[in-house]
Design a protein. Structure first.
Length: 316
């Protein structure tokens, strides 16, 4: 290592930041904004996030390693909910900073349950998200003044994850809380997840968005095939152009009941076709490739309360 490299490494900061909160407070939207690219799917449906997803942002001499977690579920009778809650607790076990995300102006019993999980002495920044939805900003001050009664938060950040300036301000607040140490990832890294995983998540996002409240959240997507090839070079006026990357993806949408299968397929197969079309378009941008996507729907009763099935779907 050269002297210049040694000095640069000594000036670096790197830390793991867990993003936690109850369902539907905008954790995944915030992660995508902090990273600067979509790596975690979003929808209005509770428990959209099922896996601990790592997002990486390198800015100046600081590298932020964010952990997106499932919304902590207080109604955890099913094995799926219990496993999701374990993921939340696991994320808090070995991190440097916590972002507790709540809705601006609201702090209910479910938010209080998440506060109970916070390890003592761990720097925790309260993010009052969705500030753009608050009609009367003057009502926020008395709400903010009561928050120290809930927990000894290191900082309070009212913001909207949709505003670039708010996101950059949050990064400024987090940077001094990161420990001085070398970076854990290459400076251009965005996530630790591979393309196969992201493909399944994109399909699941379109499934939830296009079925709305009709389909219970106990539905999932399994990627059965993910293969890539390079198409033959195309002839052009300037000779042979480089071949375009092509990715073949086959995935199964797993539901719990026959009636749910009908909801996903839709009349004449139109809804399933639309799910596939929207997923394929987004995947082509994400993967920078021509995507061939095939979808099937399978009924597997009780999968969300079966530990063996959960493990086979990567939910542990």
């Amino acid at each position: 290592m050269t002297l210049a490299e040694s000095k640069r490494s000594a000036a670096q900061r790197c830390g793991t930041v867990a993003i936690v909160g109850r369902p539907n407070v905008g954790k995944s939207t915030l992660l995508n904004a902090l990273v600067g690219q979509k790596i975690s799917i979003t929808s209005r449906k509770a428990q959209t996030t099922r896996h601990r997803i790592v997002g990486v942002r390198t800015r100046g001499s600081a590298q932020f390693v964010f952990l997106d977690t499932p919304g902590f579920q207080t109604r955890h009778g099913q094995a799926l909910n219990r496993n999701l809650n374990r993921a939340v607790r696991g994320a808090l076990a070995d991190v440097d900073v916590v972002l507790l995300v709540v809705e601006a102006g609201r702090f209910g019993p479910d938010d209080a349950r998440v506060v109970e999980l916070l390890p003592a002495g761990l720097p925790t920044v309260l993010v009052a998200n969705k500030l753009d939805t608050v009609r009367r900003r003057e009502d926020l001050l008395p709400w903010l003044q009561k928050l120290p009664e809930r927990h000894a938060f290191a900082e309070y950040v009212p913001m909207s994850a949709e505003r670039h300036a708010d996101v950059e301000r949050l990064l400024d607040i987090l940077e001094p809380l990161l420990p001085p140490q070398p970076w854990a990832y290459d400076p251009d890294a965005l996530t630790d997840r591979n393309e196969r995983f992201l493909a399944g998540e994109i399909v699941r996002e379109k499934l939830f968005r296009l079925t709305g409240d009709e389909l219970p959240y106990t539905s999932t997507v399994v990627v059965d095939r993910f293969e890539e090839e390079t198409a033959p070079p195309r002839k052009s006026a300037h000779g042979k152009a480089p071949g375009q990357r092509r990715v073949h993806i086959a995935a199964t949408i797993v539901v719990e009941r026959d009636s749910h299968k009908g909801i996903v397929i839709g009349q004449g197969g139109e809804r399933l076709k639309r799910i596939g079309t929207e997923a394929r378009h987004e995947l082509q941008q994400l993967l920078d490739a021509q995507v061939v996507l095939a979808l099937w729907v399978q009924v597997r009763s009780g999968w969300a309360d079966d530990e063996k099935h959960l493990r086979s779907y990567g939910i542990e």
